[in-house]
Design a protein around this ligand. Sequence first.
Ligand code: FES
Length: 99
Amino acid sequence: MLRVLPMLTRTSCCTASTESSLLTQASSTRPTCHCLGVTAEEIREEIAAQDLTSVRQVTKACGAGGGCTACHRHIKRFLAEAAAERAATESLVPAFGFA
Ligand code: FES
């Protein structure tokens, strides 16, 4: 039996953009922590909302990382990104004279 599979092809810049946005949508809805079914967006929101700084705190907040620990490297990356963002924001404050 012949099966026709949908294919994403790069035929123009518009197609590449569509492909990219499809991949972004898929990765934002797919769980980062498969054991607990928590997405990257949910983890990032918890980190930002509660100023979390450790994997243990993230696990306590949303459950992510509470199983096999395979996602801990991703959670650590999200924590590092959030810390860098906070540091960049704090370094801007004196420059604008709000300190
Ligand atoms: S994938 Fe997150 S604890 Fe297993």
